[in-house]
Ligand binder design. Structure first.
Ligand SMILES: [Zn+2]
Length: 430
């Protein structure tokens, strides 16, 4: 697991060195943008691609740029593919049971690099311990001028030194240009082994607004309702007032306008989510976790009125924290396919929207199995962890067909159970 130590200030550097670094960064970002667009539209992202754009940067720097751009394009492409698959699933769902407006796909723009960030490796930026000065390291950085590297002094704060003590640093470094100057990020690898038996009990978790996390054993963690919702409502009123004030100030030609964003509320929501996730792991130290990949766009689409809630509740942050929390603790947590997990009956596998008479309740239309809707979903997710047949399904339609087959099998076992008693009765004397 990679641990990063950021916010290391590149200090006491003279103006000439800063100017050299800025000039290098300008070329770096310009070329990185070219390759990013290229890898997103014209060619698959390839770290080893042959250089195809003119640049004053050295061969080594160009390779670093190509690697950086390939990384950005790779995650953009996979996010795009996931979002498009989510859209197709949503469309398929809509075609099954049309309700309201059909979902619409909005084409994505390719990424625009807004920040000045250099992701370097030892070929262009070599970190060397300093023995003869008050600095901790020297960063030996190649520049636009051939064979004229600059030496940037790196001084660690006490807490940086503590965090890095005895650690073997990675040779890759990140340099970030902020208004306040240049900042350095270092990293090291920390081995966390998963110490979990293969037959450890599986806990399924369902993510939602009413309860941030519902576990398949029925336990619930965190909620957006109550305290947070009340705060959010107050916040919205405040934002509305601020927006009016902004409009008023803007008319008067005032340049510096007050922000309408509330970072504090977003932070509180994240803290509540962290607390919920920590409690989940404290209660289940020996379980392996099955969780769903969230289709946030789909959830937004289905619950327009809840849009503001979804924004504030930051739902996508929950699975991220769950997976991070597991990694940190050496617990196994895996994503499972979530199609129909909230409509499928955990007992008889009958899947239909009518199984959900309300947001909260699950009531199977065939076998009558009744439980909390989120618990039913979490139970389904838990049993999908070892379900290789379901995990192998390529599409929503495949999953639906598989569930229909399992329901059919369930019905057959029921028929046998129902048919047997009268046959036995007939054998008895009248
Ligand atoms: Zn059922």
């Amino acid at each position: 697991m990679r641990r990063v130590v950021s916010h290391i200030r590149l200090c006491a550097v003279n103006h000439a060195k800063i100017a050299t670094l800025d000039a290098l960064a300008t070329e770096y970002v310009r070329l990185c943008q070219q390759y990013t667009t290229y890898f997103c539209t014209d060619a698959p992202p390839d770290k080893y691609a042959t250089p195809c754009f003119e640049s004053p940067l050295s061969q080594r720097w160009q390779r670093v740029v190509i690697q950086h751009a390939a990384g950005i394009a790779h995650s953009w492409r996979s996010n795009y593919a996931n979002a498009y698959q989510d859209f197709l699933d949503l469309l398929a769902e809509y075609k099954e049971e049309p309700e309201g407006e059909p979902p619409v796909w909005k084409e994505w723009n390719t990424p625009t690099l807004k920040e000045t960030v250099i992701q370097a490796n030892a070929n262009v930026a070599l970190l060397q311990p300093s023995e003869d000065s008050s600095f901790d390291y020297w960063l030996r950085l190649s520049t636009l001028e051939c064979r004229q590297p600059i030496l940037l002094p790196v001084k660690l704060a006490a807490y940086h030194r503590q965090a890095l003590a005895g650690k073997a640093l990675n040779t890759s470094t990140t340099l970030t240009r902020k208004q306040s100057g240049w900042w350095l990020t270092l990293s090291y690898e920390e081995a966390v082994s998963i110490q979990m038996r293969h037959d450890a009990p599986v806990l399924g978790i369902d993510v939602g607004i009413a309860n941030f996390i519902t576990a398949s054993d029925g336990k619930k963690y965190g909620t957006f309702q109550g305290k947070l919702a009340a705060r959010h409502k107050r916040d919205r009123e405040k934002r509305r007032r601020k927006a009016k004030l902004r409009a008023c100030l803007k008319n008067k030609g005032i340049k510096r306008l007050p922000s309408t964003r509330n970072k504090k509320l977003a932070r509180t929501v994240r803290q509540e989510i962290n607390r919920a996730v920590n409690q989940l792991y404290a209660d289940h130290p020996d379980a392996q976790i099955a969780y769903e990949r969230l289709n946030v766009a789909g959830m937004k689409f289905k619950a327009r009125r809840m849009n503001a809630y979804l924004y504030a509740s930051n739902l996508a942050y929950i699975p991220k924290q769950v997976s991070w929390g597991a990694l940190k603790r050496g617990i196994q947590a895996r994503k499972v396919k979530s199609a129909y997990s909230s409509q499928e009956c955990h007992r008889c596998h009958y899947a239909a929207r009518t199984n959900r008479p309300s947001q909260q309740t699950f009531c199977c239309q065939v076998c009558g199995h009744t439980t909390h809707a989120d618990v039913n979903a979490a139970e389904n997710l838990a049993s999908r962890l070892g379900d290789t047949e379901l995990q192998a399904c390529q599409s929503r339609a495949d999953i639906k067909a598989l569930l229909a087959r399992r329901h059919e099998e369930w019905q057959q076992t029921q028929r046998l159970a129902v048919v047997q008693p009268p046959a036995e009765l007939a054998r008895q004397p009248a």
